[in-house]
Write a protein that binds this ligand. Structure first.
Ligand SMILES: Cc1cc2nc3c(=O)[nH]c(=O)nc-3n(C[C@H](O)[C@H](O)[C@H](O)COP(=O)(O)OP(=O)(O)OC[C@H]3O[C@@H](n4cnc5c(N)ncnc54)[C@H](O)[C@@H]3O)c2cc1C
Length: 373
């Protein structure tokens, strides 16, 4: 029997891959999406209930257009599916102002954010501390602190975003092949062969969006540029009667000179707990080697170093903790490269811990680029 050919295969269906597959499915091309698991799942970089989205992204002014376009696409996805993927809560960026603060490779992250917001006409305010104290008394900001408040910021539902894009892609005719790890990708004279566990799949073009597993496919020298860093999310119990956590905005807070001197969080979605996290940049060699359990010692360290003295209205009681991971480059920029110079085989990095908010538009960019190759 003659083998079935696909025009384009998208390998890895997390945030970036599901968005790419959805965009490609609108083109009429014969597309297939493959994943080693069944997304949305909890083993990659795209799980944990919520992701912050903000428009004035201090990581780089060049990303503002991507964030804005992603908001438009989330709205399109919501009207097609009837689901609520993005919730606008407003967002606070707090800088304790005591020590210089760099985030995701960007020095002066707070100042950059304000500058980009002004340059790009993003609606924002710089409220005084007294106002923040009245509206959001949980934050114990020192007098040296400063706050940026962006109106369009909010949170995304990552699992729902992925599922919705995969569902819509299938409706448009895309095929899915789940629980199918691609072992290797071989160049053949008129395209590529994807070697799966028990079969070979011929395709004309490839978009490789395998998140941290990208290290399994790229040249050795490139691999060193991508650091896999374990991250832990915590859900802390609310202390009743202190403040109404359900009406909080999303928030990010830098309080020191180390990249780990940072916390962020969300409004309470259930009225019982608040999801919060910090960042860690300790390197693990490969996603398969990540410790997936969170012990009590880690939780208490988080409480002592990140919560105590900074945030009130929460109990030192961890209702849940979950492990995820970043794949970061030195400058925290996104990497999109043609494999061995071939525009018909694009590979994409997992976006250095700030990619979810951009993923919808990234999918559009990748789809256009591979279709025109
Ligand atoms: C804790 C945490 C918090 C974050 N917070 C934010 C935030 O608030 N805002 C924000 O914008 N961004 C945030 N990010 C970053 C953002 O979530 C990531 O940049 C984004 O989710 C990466 O998506 P991805 O598609 O590249 O990777 P993934 O979602 O990991 O997808 C990769 C997929 O490839 C599949 N795969 C791997 N190897 C193979 C193979 N050989 N064959 C087939 N399939 C394969 C995997 O199973 C997986 O499904 C956060 C990340 C983490 C970890």
């Amino acid at each position: 029997m003659e083998k079935k050919w696909y025009d384009i295969a998208v390998i890895g269906l997390g945030a970036v891959g599901s968005a790419t597959l959805y965009q490609l499915s609108k083109s009429g091309a014969k597309v297939i999406g493959l994943d080693r698991f069944a997304p949305p799942h909890t083993l990659g970089s795209s799980h944990g209930e919520t992701r912050i989205t903000r428009l004035a992204v201090g990581e780089g002014e060049e990303y503002v257009a991507l964030a804005k376009r992603s908001h438009e696409i989330w709205t399109e996805l919501e009207s097609l599916s009837g689901e609520v993927i993005r919730t606008r809560t407003g967002g606070l960026l707090i800088d304790s102002g005591e020590k210089p603060w760099a985030k995701h490779g960007a020095e002066g992250f707070w100042e950059r954010t304000v500058r980009f917001a002004r340059n790009q006409q993003i609606e924002h305010r710089i409220p005084d501390l007294q106002e923040i104290n009245t509206s959001f008394p949980a934050f114990q900001i020192p007098v040296s602190g400063k706050v940026y408040h962006e109106m369009e910021a909010g949170f995304l539902r990552p699992e729902l975003a992925i599922q919705t894009q995969l569902d819509l892609a299938q409706k448009n005719g895309a095929e899915l092949k789940l629980h199918s790890p691609v072992q290797t990708i071989r160049e053949v004279h008129d395209g590529f062969e994807l070697m799966l566990q028990n079969e070979t799949l011929p395709v004309k073009k490839v978009v490789l969006t395998a998140g941290g597993w990208i290290k399994d496919f790229i040249p050795t020298l490139e691999r060193k540029k991508f650091k896999i860093c374990r991250q832990v999310l915590h859900w802390l119990e609310i202390e009743p009667g202190v403040t109404d956590w359900t009406s909080y905005p999303v928030w990010m807070w830098g309080f020191g000179a180390n990249p780990e001197d940072f916390i962020y969080g969300f409004p309470s979605l259930d009225g019982i707990s608040v999801k919060m996290a910090s960042e860690s940049f300790l390197e693990v060699d490969h996603p398969d080697l990540i410790e997936r359990e969170v012990n009590e010692e880690e939780q208490q360290e988080f409480w002592k170093n990140k919560v105590e003295g900074k945030i009130t209205g929460l109990k030192n009681n961890f209702l849940k903790s979950s492990v995820c991971f970043y794949t970061v480059t030195e400058d925290a920029k996104f990497v999109i490269e043609p494999m061995n110079g071939r525009e018909d085989f694009l590979w994409v990095s997992a976006c250095s811990g700030h990619g979810f908010k951009h993923s919808a538009a990234l999918g559009e960019v990748l789809a256009k680029r591979i279709l025109s190759s």
